[in-house]
Design a binder for this molecule. Structure first.
Ligand SMILES: [Ca+2]
Ligand SMILES: [Ca+2]
Length: 287
């Protein structure tokens, strides 16, 4: 891809003449809108704004709005992401030292490309999706496919197909050297599944096993480490417990005494991992 793509980009770079600072506003859902100038090149698909947001499991979404809603068959929409926020690593595209390149097009290089130290090589990213509808190109990718970095820098371009190559380009931002900055915020380090309590109801003179499956959002794999905190009371008396974490499942084993027959147990299982605490409560009759 480098042979075809980057010379095009560099040629197009020379055609960029306008330098208009982009406006920026931050919403409550960590949504940031970058406003691009309009009408830079009448022959190029015109980016009007780029909106970036992320959810609490690290899915980052880029929405690129294009004036006049041209068909995707007439252009490509490209995002160059500097995942380590270092212009000196990866090919420097208008200020973004690019580790991940995403192109949405009906032809010529649709897909994702990752810097391998030599070139931006085609590579499938499991979390990636992209589509184009109603003049908006939407790209979604998880931070685990972006090196798990929080501070991203990126540049967007449209490349419009014209009779004489290399095509016409609109860049966002218009600055040839800065890129846009975006910080991934509010990402939880783990995600919990459904709490299980067994047996239910609890039995006197038996173990009560309370377990919670957890996924590490950084790797999307079962949580491998973390502190499990088990607490329960029968009436006002604390109940002894053992805790384990294995195979991504946090487990508390409570010893229900024989004398608790007919009473009620109330408690919680909590997991502390990298500063995030997930806590689930439970209650059961004792039979
Ligand atoms: Ca524009
Ligand atoms: Ca870089």
């Amino acid at each position: 891809v480098t042979a075809r793509l980057l010379p095009l980009a560099l040629l197009a770079l020379l055609a960029a003449v306008l330098l208009v600072p982009g406006a920026q506003s931050r919403g409550t859902s960590n949504s940031v809108t970058f406003t691009d100038a309009t009408g830079e090149d009448p022959a190029a698909a015109d980016i009007t704004k780029v909106t970036v947001s992320n959810d609490d499991v690290g899915n980052v979404t880029f929405k690129v709005a294009i004036a006049g809603k041209p068909p995707l068959s007439s252009m490509g929409v490209d995002i160059f992401i500097d995942t380590d926020n270092n212009a000196l690593t990866g090919p420097n595209f208008r200020g973004a030292g690019t580790e991940v390149f995403m192109r949405l097009a009906t032809q010529n290089g649709n897909g994702t490309f990752v810097w391998n130290g030599t070139q931006l090589a085609p590579k499938t990213l499991d979390s990636y999706s992209a589509n184009y509808a109603d003049g908006v190109a939407t790209f979604s990718v998880n931070t685990r496919d972006l090196g798990n970095q929080r501070a991203l820098r990126f540049t967007v371009e449209t490349l419009t197909i014209v009779p004489v190559p290399p095509g016409k380009t609109d860049f966002a931002p218009d600055s040839a050297t800065s890129g846009y900055s975006y910080d991934v915020n509010g990402q939880n380090t783990m995600t919990a599944g459904v709490l299980r309590v067994a047996p239910k109801p609890a039995k006197a003179n038996h173990l009560l096993v309370v377990s919670l499956p957890l996924t590490d959002n950084t790797t999307n794999a079962p949580l491998a480490s973390g502190r499990v905190i088990c607490q329960a009371k029968i009436g006002i008396k604390s109940v002894g417990a053992g805790s384990t974490l294995g195979g991504g499942i946090a487990t508390c084993r409570f010893n229900i005494p024989k004398s608790a027959l007919g009473k009620r147990i109330k408690g919680s299982l909590a997991v502390d991992y990298k500063g995030t605490v997930i806590r689930r409560t439970f209650a059961s009759a004792i039979r």
